[in-house]
Ligand binder design. Sequence first.
Ligand SMILES: [Zn+2]
Length: 263
Amino acid sequence: MSGLHIPIGTPDGSRTEHAENLLAPNPSAMTLDGTNTWVIGAGDEVIVVDPGPDDQAHLSRVRDRLGERRVTTILLTHGHFDHSGGARRFARMVDAPVRALDPRHRLGDEGLGDGDVVTVGGLEIHVYGTPGHSFDSLCFWLPADRAMLTGDTVLGRGTTIIARDGGLADYLRSLDRLRAAAESLDAQALLPGHGPVLPDPIGALDGYIAHRRERLDQIRAARAQGARTPREIVKIVYADVDRSLWPAAEMSVVAQLDYLDSP
Ligand SMILES: [Zn+2]
């Protein structure tokens, strides 16, 4: 669907001083309200983070929203299609390069990785490597707003999944790292890839870390009850979760079994 119907009460238009969210119209159980496309900038230059799926109406809306401002760079939090699918088309529309950790998603010469600092209109964006949800997940710290863009590493509601190209050990390390960064940097907001802005970064990250530990305990318990296959474990551990999410839950269980069984 490529209409521009945006229901009231969604994260569309949510913002901090220098970052604004334009919600893509791709809601689903996995993408919540849809993908958040973040426009970050000061003055007449902006960076666009995650153009979203390949949806001409959404991409045109983002471009129109820029007015006279110029896109210097497009950044990707990771390569999953709901964030990156429209990147090439948008890059052509605004004549800007695409920078991502995964070379397959880049357009232009520049890569992107942990420790990089990207500047736009006098603002800095500091890149944190946060693998786990996917192998190529990055978070972007915006010091001017004391805000961290978290992609799918932390969502505005619920919890994220560990995709086939991610890993739980990495993910837990990334959450710990983000927790430490949020504390030392005095972060005031998490700007997620889906769902609303989180105004309590440490609370949100503590919740995520506790949730992961709890799920691991539940999986150990399910195994102790005799559950063996990922599917059997999902039926026990995710009994309270909507069935449409069970395939994703099964992927998460596989990741957790890998983690529990790795030496
Ligand atoms: Zn996503």
